[in-house]
Design a protein around this ligand. Structure first.
Ligand code: ATP
Ligand code: MG
Length: 271
């Protein structure tokens, strides 16, 4: 007797999962974004298309003004496209109301920013729970989840510290834990290591490596080649369009990790 699995197909679910097409975390088609100002219209994205399978790790690069943050804002449901489609699961965010966008943003998107964006008055555990406050979820299960995530990013002994009592790298760990608390479609990171030295950058990238190894989808914007080379794929934008979309071989990723290790060792030797 055949069984129907969660995706509505029949047969052996395990075989289907292994041999079927990978599910997409997001699918973008002909995406455009215009910013309409008084005197002119800025065409920030001019028809971008690509897919991100679940479990992918994408670095978005490109010159200043090429549309990277605009694209990340659309992926994060912070803004709506002018035209085109952007699917999250089965939902097209281009067709959503502002309320629906806010809802999906708070429930299913994880953000990590260059400047951490933590709330100074709150402890580590409380900061990690912030996305849940907006959903009115404050029970002991949620606290336990936040403590687990703090431990996961190596802050189990800093649960009651405030952001000002933490180093930059520790603050970014809190932000990463916060980004995971609502089990997001993907983690979006805009220049997450932009404020960090090479040793701390390496620590943060090691956390991303581990999360991606567990199947988390990561999309990050960076200006730094050695950060981008740690991803599985580099998407380059130019003038609001997709310029190149290049997979990174496992050998290249290993070389990037090794180069980072050497840079850290050199930095520590100078101190
Ligand atoms: N809110 C806005 N209103 C008007 N124009 C905007 C707005 N945000 C971005 N732009 C314009 O859209 C274009 C793309 O900007 P975007 O911030 O996406 O670039 P970026 O690739 O992230 O650059 P950077 O590397 O400097 O962060 C730029 O020309 C920018 O001036
Ligand atoms: Mg930007």
């Amino acid at each position: 007797m055949s069984m129907t699995d969660a995706y509505g197909t029949t047969g052996n679910a395990a075989v289907t999962a292994e041999t079927g097409p990978r599910r997409l975390a997001t699918s973008i088609r002909d995406l455009t974004k215009d910013y309409v100002l008084k005197s002119e219209t800025v065409r920030a994205l001019r028809g971008v298309s690509f897919d991100v399978p679940e479990g992918d790790y994408v670095a978005i690069m490109g010159p200043s003004g090429s549309g990277k943050s605009t694209l990340l804002n659309l992926l994060g449901c912070l803004d709506k496209p002018t035209s085109g489609s952007l699917l999250l699961g089965d939902d097209d965010i281009a067709k959503m109301s502002d309320d629906e966008l806010a809802e999906i943003r708070s429930r299913r998107i994880g953000f990590v920013f260059q400047s951490y964006n933590l709330i100074q008055q709150l402890s580590v555990v409380e900061n990690i729970q912030v996305p849940l406050y907006y959903q009115g979820r404050l029970g002991s299960n949620e606290r336990k989840r936040a403590v687990d995530l703090a431990e996961r990013v190596g802050l189990g002994d800093r649960l009651d510290h405030r952001p000002a009592q933490l180093s930059g790298g520790q603050q970014q760990r809190v932000a990463i834990a916060r980004s995971l608390v609502n089990d997001p479609f993907f983690v979006l990171a805009d220049e997450p290591t932009g404020n960090l030295d090479s040793a701390t950058t390496d620590e943060i990238l090691a956390i991303f490596d581990a999360l991606n190894g567990e199947g988390r989808t990561i999309i990050l914007v960076t200006h730094e080649d050695d950060v981008a080379e740690r991803a599985k794929r580099i998407v380059r934008l130019k003038d609001g369009m997709l310029h190149t979309d290049e997979p990174i071989s496992e050998d290249r990723r290993i070389a990037a990790r090794e180069a980072q290790r050497v840079a850290v060792a050199e930095m520590l030797a100078r101190e």
